[in-house]
Design a protein around this ligand. Structure first.
Ligand code: FES
Length: 168
């Protein structure tokens, strides 16, 4: 192939690719945002109703509200290891993943197991005293080494209880 012909084909290909990229980007920007349910801004009740230390599951948004030292966090239920739903274990006061045993404290900080980081979270705002959680935007959880909440387990781990039931 002639050099000139090759360059001409190269530029046509590059321009075609750029055109497709522009169309894809425009579609992404212009498509309607989800306005309800997971992926949207979810009203999660009055902040005054959430006591300090409380953990409340919000099924519509697939997150837990956790209030620690008057800070409200919205922790994504999806485990940062392989995506299982991480339940909150009331007896231990920790999030414990039943799939491979990752454990997180009430701030979603990593404590144990194969998870690569703490629990991911969603931005939280308060409008007229109502908590609103934007599930359309996920912030990655803190690295494994972050530990700002230093508390012992309240009681027995739910994972241990599951293990004992399986053995018997
Ligand atoms: Fe949670 Fe593996 S998916 S520890």
């Amino acid at each position: 192939m002639e050099r000139r012909r090759f360059i001409e084909l190269f530029w046509k290909g590059a321009l075609g690719f750029l055109g497709l990229e522009a169309i894809a980007t425009s579609y992404d920007l212009l498509r309607p945002r989800i306005s309800e349910g997971f992926g949207a801004a979810i009203p999660a009740g009055p902040e005054s109703a959430l006591e300090d230390g409380a953990v409340k599951y919000v099924a519509d948004g697939r997150f837990y509200l956790s209030k620690v030292d008057d800070e409200v966090l919205a922790l994504y239920q999806k485990c940062t290891h392989l995506g299982c739903r991480v339940p909150f274990c009331e007896p231990s006061g920790r999030f414990e993943c039943p799939c491979h045993g990752s454990v997180f404290n009430r701030k979603g900080e990593y404590l144990a197991g194969p998870a690569p980081r703490g629990m991911d979270r969603f931005p939280v705002t308060t409008k007229n005293g109502e908590i609103v959680v934007d599930t359309g935007s996920i912030d990655l959880g803190p690295s494994r080494s972050v530990r700002t909440l230093d508390e012992e387990a309240k009681g027995p781990s739910c994972l241990e209880q599951i293990g004992e039931q399986v053995e018997h």
